[in-house]
Design a protein around this ligand. Structure first.
Ligand code: ADP
Length: 485
């Protein structure tokens, strides 16, 4: 089949700018589609982090001022492993330090509507004929609210087919009516079946309404977001567009997350060489100031510390852990009260509970390798990456049966042990008690080393590479082309 020209528009991309799962997807999916022979190019802002790595990125187009609040910009090109990165250089909007969405106080940047308005606008432009870059995408792939307005311009002005992928529906990019004119969208877009959403202009709603096709990052989440409880107000629209919506489970970068070849680890290991995992546990205990022994399981957490991730549940029962007995290591940041709660916990149980507040990629690898069991009791989880990393690292996860967690983790019971699918522990409610019961189950199963190895190996054998997802996205793009918005 003919290769496709695809523009992958994103507000973050690992390793340079990453706050969550989208950053990892942006690093892996376009690269996989490039390898498959497609002309895919990534579009994102020329953030300082990117300007530092690619100071000489070639200017390939001058983008004129396209609307009152969308300033002129330069389009720069950097090529990484044959993947073109198109970077929007607009210092007034992007040349500022820190997080792409939040200022130093954790508040949204006040001009996010223009920052991501410009990103969406340029994404649409590159799907339109006669654009200043001179290359036109067949399909514009928007991701989350920050680029989800691109399908609106393509809908009202014509151009490429469009796809919007929801990585987290809780963030919707809602702004005032006055932003319509500032962005240069036509007044007639202000409709219930346009960009208007309960009196606001919602980027995400616009994308879900107007894109040719919609996807989200796991089959279960695709079903859940059609339900009021998970849809954050967008469930009726998603039910209406159910025929254009599908769930494609993210893969993981199996080169970066590979226990047999991970430079961050004290000792490499694999399913047939599991003994070396213990060396990693000892190294992690030493590095984190935990008591060095292997007579109790070590639970690990790497996460944003938020309600979504259910880590308040763990905080509620954590005082019981040293008596289980078990150890706990937590790496995360987020909600200030939760950060304080975890810090205090570590002070109460030195040697048994260790907490590191912050973002630390290398330590994340060491925790995946050194912990015995990973804890991820999310209230909702569109896909989730850490449970997949955990499965690959022989660190069976405890998860809630939601979203991508439900699609990847199979609870241990007689039946799933017999058919060799058992790979973790699944809670069916979001109560501290349910989590405590799961942790007790883990502590018991872990003592039976042969049983534990069976569970570890089932998880390690599963294929989480991007191969399958990349093929599914191609089908999605072809469906979008067959049915433009
Ligand atoms: P989300 O995108 O909702 O935050 P995911 O599980 O999909 O959750 O992806 C989170 C990604 O961010 C994973 O790669 C995880 O390892 C990483 N991560 C989260 N918090 C930290 C942290 N404090 N330090 C290092 N990596 C982290």
């Amino acid at each position: 089949m003919k290769p496709l020209a695809i523009l992958f528009a994103t507000s973050e991309m690992a390793p340079w700018v990453k706050t969550g799962g989208l950053g990892d997807v942006a690093a892996a999916l376009p690269a996989a589609l490039r390898r498959a022979g497609h002309d895919i190019r990534v579009l994102m802002p020329y953030y300082p982090a990117l300007a530092a790595v690619f100071p000489d990125a070639t200017v390939v187009a001058e983008i004129p001022q396209l609307a009152r609040h969308l300033p002129a910009a330069r389009l720069r090109l950097a090529v990484v492993d044959e993947l073109p990165l198109l970077l929007i250089d607009c210092p007034a909007l992007y040349a500022r330090p820190g997080n792409p969405y939040l200022d130093a106080h954790g508040h949204d940047w006040p001009d996010n509507v223009w920052r991501f308005g410009l990103l969406s606008r340029v994404a649409a432009l590159l799907g339109q004929v006669g654009n200043p870059y001179g290359w036109q995408a067949d399909v514009v792939h928007a991701n989350d609210w920050q680029t989800a307005l691109a399908p609106a311009w393509l809908h009202y002005e014509g151009g490429a087919a469009s796809v919007v992928t929801v990585h987290n529906i809780a963030f919707q990019g809602c702004f005032g009516h006055d932003s319509l004119a500032g962005l240069g969208l036509p007044e007639h877009a202000w409709r219930f079946d346009g960009v208007e959403y309960h009196g606001t202009l919602s980027f995400l709603k616009a994308g879900l309404q107007l894109a040719s096709q919609i996807s989200t990052v796991s089959p279960t989440y695709a079903r859940e977001i059609q339900d009021e409880h998970f849809g954050y107000g967008l469930a009726p629209l998603l039910r209406h567009r159910a025929g254009a919506l599908r769930g494609i489970l993210n893969g993981v970068d199996t080169d970066i997350w590979n226990p047999a070849d991970d430079p961050a680890l004290a000792a490499p290991y694999a399913a047939n060489r599991l003994a070396a995992k213990r060396t990693n546990k000892a190294a992690l205990q030493a590095a984190m100031g935990l008591r060095p022994d292997d007579d109790r399981p070590l639970f690990g957490v790497i996460s944003r510390l938020t309600q979504q991730k259910g880590l308040d549940l763990l905080l509620t029962i954590a005082d019981g852990l040293p008596h289980l007995p078990a150890q706990l290591v937590v790496l995360g940041s987020g909600d200030k009260a939760m950060e304080a709660g975890y810090r205090e916990l570590a002070v109460r149980y030195p040697g048994e509970i260790a907490v590191r507040i912050g973002f630390d990629e290398e330590l994340a690898h060491r925790i995946e390798a050194g912990a015995d069991c990973f804890v991820m009791p999310s209230r909702f989880e569109p896909c989730g990456l850490n449970q997949m990393y955990s499965l690959r690292y022989g660190t069976p996860p405890i998860v809630r049966a939601t979203g991508g967690l439900a699609d990847t983790v199979v609870d241990v019971n007689d039946e799933t042990l017999a058919d060799k699918t058992a790979n973790g522990f699944v809670l069916d409610s979001d109560t501290p008690h349910a989590l405590w019961v799961a942790m007790m189950r883990v502590a018991e199963a872990w003592q039976d080393r042969r049983l534990w190895q069976r569970i570890q190996k089932n998880g390690m054998r599963r294929d989480f590479s991007w191969k399958h997802a990349a093929a599914d996205y191609l089908t999605l793009y072809r469906d979008a082309l067959a049915r433009p918005a």
